[in-house]
Design a protein around this ligand. Structure first.
Ligand code: SIN
Length: 293
């Protein structure tokens, strides 16, 4: 779907954040989302100045990628802790003795793979995670890419009428239909209940101050304050709008690549196009705050 208007493109990327970096090299994948960072070893002790630049690159690019990172699980957890307290997933399997180290794995025996639909991680939590750091250790020969989409761009390119309609509106994000039974083939028993929360449909990012569309096809089930049929129709429009390739980048993994995405302003979707091959790694997730509209 084109986002052309009478006066040219409806979405204009007017960012002006080209100040140089001193400690890291940042190479953008697109003008809208995604950048590859080099010149840094995530396993090593990282000085605060380097951490500040990684935080800045994440804020400017929504998702950042690193190559050739030979991190142990303990180093991965330690890197995550530099960004805040770590989150424990309400349903997914983790490495034994390391509840904060989520297992990401699909192979010939898999009946599903993580993150196959567009979503933001665990948006059903009252305080959904700010970010996720995925270290892929083993890749299929081809495929297994992850797509990321900017929810700033999705919000900014809605019409003014749609923005005023959605302003102040809240939505239900439910984990029940997502997680119940999801990991039973891996021997993970269901919990009595899964998280459910209400969040603003447009949220203000606590670091950048920018507005981001905050509904996703994975978890958002209902717009509040409007009839069910209207909610279904508007959500269907927003989910389709958010998937516009204009808002996206696509990351091709290699073994020991790392992606760090900001769940407050980006959605992602993993491609399971490599069955019966193996793709596996670990995810560390950093706790976030209650979304503010
Ligand atoms: C996820 O949603 O965390 C999985 C992403 C991926 O495997 O690329």
């Amino acid at each position: 779907m084109s986002l052309r208007g009478d006066g040219g493109p409806r979405y204009r990327n007017l960012r002006n954040d080209d100040a140089p970096y001193e400690r890291i090299v940042v190479d953008r994948l697109t003008p809208v989302i995604g950048a590859e960072i080099s010149g840094v070893d995530l396993a090593g002790p990282l000085p605060e100045e380097t951490m500040e630049e990684i935080r800045r690159a994440l804020a400017e690019n929504l998702v950042v990628f690193f190559r050739d990172q030979r991190m142990s699980p303990a180093q991965h957890l330690a890197f995550g802790r530099r960004f805040g307290e770590l989150h424990v997933h309400p349903a997914a399997p983790h490495v034994a003795g390391m509840p904060e180290l989520m297992v990401i794995r699909a192979d010939a025996s898999s009946t599903r793979a993580n993150g196959e639909g567009w979503h933001t991680d665990v948006s059903c939590d009252e305080e959904p995670p700010m970010g996720s750091i995925l270290h892929i250790r083993e890749c299929p020969p081809h495929g297994g890419d992850t797509l990321f989409a900017s929810m700033y761009a999705a919000w900014e390119s809605l019409s003014d009428r749609m923005k005023s309609y959605l302003a102040g509106m809240r939505a239900v994000h439910d984990g029940e239909h997502v997680y119940r039974g999801l990991y039973s083939n891996l021997g993970v028993a269901d919990k009595p209940s899964y998280p459910r929360a209400e969040h603003p449909v447009v949220r203000v990012h606590p670091v950048t101050g920018r507005k981001a569309l905050y509904v996703n096809a994975g978890f958002t089930t209902r717009l509040l304050g409007v009839p069910r049929d209207e909610s279904d129709a508007v959500l269907a429009y927003l989910f389709r709008h958010a998937e516009n390739p204009l808002f996206q980048c696509r990351f091709r993994w290699r073994a020991d690549s790392v992606a760090f995405w900001d769940n407050r302003c980006a959605q992602h979707r993993a491609m399971w196009d490599y069955w019966p091959h193996v793709r596996q790694g670990h995810r560390v997730t950093v706790k976030g705050e209650r979304p503010v509209g």
